[in-house]
Design a binder for this molecule. Structure first.
Ligand SMILES: C[S@@+](CC[C@H](N)C(=O)[O-])C[C@H]1O[C@@H](n2cnc3c(N)ncnc32)[C@H](O)[C@@H]1O
Length: 244
């Protein structure tokens, strides 16, 4: 995978962002040209950082970032280039046979082997989760461990509840669900989330360019107040908008 094109900033220059350059080339070429979304993701990330997105993370991360599920370390690298201190972990980092999506990709940034337990040691940092895996429990476990450790800020890059990132508990913790669909509508294929207390509150969002077919943006969350004042039960007709 080429790391830069002729007309893009070179590695180390301000604004260097080969994923964004590739995205722009794909958008400019009919049908994306010779590029595939799969190759674009495998070479970079499931999501495309922008200067605004990186700035939003930097603004809320005075003590740095701990990224979990960092994959190739692409977001970590650009954050580091922007002056943010980043610790990146993944249970199966890129360029290892265990990596599901990035087994042949050279990492952009040092990504240490680590799982959800790794974040508990860094509550002073912002927890960054970019495209946490759909319907796996580790993203919600990471949120809970980070919260228990006293963490105050989470940045999530991914799709809305019901999309291809996170599970129901993850989105319930973030307060992303408009309703408990099991109770409000009698949906039997999803779990009841009434008893999963939201622990995080969305503070802002940043629109992202999206690989074709994706529906992701960046969301900043801050820790909610005392549980007794924030606990709520979902009722039909009491949902909230996305709050963009
Ligand atoms: C959908 S990929 C997203 C990777 C990267 N954030 C990106 O946007 O390209 C999910 C990543 O989570 C990692 N992962 C899965 N289970 C994990 C766990 N328990 N702890 C840390 N990382 C995990 C996978 O190895 C994979 O790299």
């Amino acid at each position: 995978m080429p790391r830069s094109s002729e007309d893009a900033p070179s590695e180390g220059d301000p604004g260097w962002n080969p994923a964004l350059d590739l995205y722009r080339r794909m958008m400019a070429e009919p049908g994306g040209g010779e590029h595939t979304v799969e190759a674009a993701i495998a070479g970079h990330s499931f999501a495309i950082p922008t200067a605004s997105a990186l700035g939003a993370i930097a603004q809320v991360s005075p003590s740095g970032v701990v990224e979990l599920g960092a994959g190739t370390g692409y977001w970590a690298r650009l954050l580091s280039d922007a002056g943010v201190d980043v610790l990146a972990f993944d249970v199966a980092p890129a360029n290892t046979p265990e990596s599901r999506w990035f087994d042949s990709t050279e990492p952009w940034y040092p990504v240490s082997v680590g799982d959800e337990a790794s974040v508990a040691a860094h509550p002073d940092r912002t927890l960054l989760l970019v495209w946490p895996t759909r319907d796996e429990t580790w993203p919600a476990d990471a949120l809970d461990l980070f919260h228990e450790a006293g963490g105050s800020t989470v940045v999530y890059v991914g799709e809305p509840a019901g999309g291809r990132t996170g599970d129901d508990r993850f989105h319930a913790r973030l307060g992303n669900h408009d309703h408990c669909h099991a109770c409000a509508y009698g949906v039997v294929t999803v779990p009841c989330i009434c008893d999963i207390e939201p622990q995080w509150e969305r503070q802002r969002s940043v629109d992202l360019p999206r690989w074709p077919g994706h529906d992701d943006d960046l969301y900043v969350y801050v820790r909610r107040g005392a549980p007794s004042t924030t606990r709520r039960r979902w009722r039909p007709g009491r949902g909230r908008g996305r709050g963009r």
